[in-house]
Design a protein around this ligand. Structure first.
Ligand SMILES: [Zn+2]
Length: 148
């Protein structure tokens, strides 16, 4: 698995993480198959528990965001959130969420570091992140919706 995301989108996530006193979170929308996930759009969702060490996405916002994305032919390819003052790798809090949402988990910290992971069985595996200035090419030859 590989995650492809625009520099601009990643920067928006990192910028929000640096500014926030709580974990920020949201969806990566795009298309995916077994080998790759391409992010076409990102969407911030309110962290309803307002915690600096954990997040829970506001359910109504989640439903609305997914509905809107599906109308545009996009699916959830990833979930992003931030860690404050600890490295961007899945915490004990994140594992139940990763089980629930078996997509790529992009984690950033407030220093601008970022890493991505998937849960395979009970094993956390790191996913390479490809940063691009434009996804136009990848989008045209990349995975079609629901290919895998
Ligand atoms: Zn986390």
């Amino acid at each position: 698995m590989k995650l492809t995301i625009r520099q601009e989108d990643l920067n928006r996530i990192i910028k929000a993480a640096k500014k926030s006193g709580i974990e920020i979170c949201g969806f990566l929308f795009g298309r995916k198959n077994c080998e790759s996930a391409i992010v076409k759009d990102i969407r911030f969702i309110t962290n309803r528990i307002g915690s600096p060490t954990a997040f829970e996405m506001e359910p109504l916002e989640m439903v609305q965001a997914i509905d809107e994305a599906e109308k545009r032919g996009l699916e959830v390819v990833g979930i992003f959130h931030s860690h404050l003052k600890c490295p961007p790798r899945p915490s004990g809090h994140d594992l139940p969420g990763m089980r629930l949402w078996p997509v790529v988990w992009l984690i950033v910290d407030d220093n601008g570091n970022y890493r991505a992971f998937v849960l395979e069985g009970e094993k956390v595996r790191e996913v390479p992140v490809e940063i691009v200035s434009s996804i136009t090419d990848q989008w045209q030859r990349g995975p079609k919706k629901g290919e895998c």
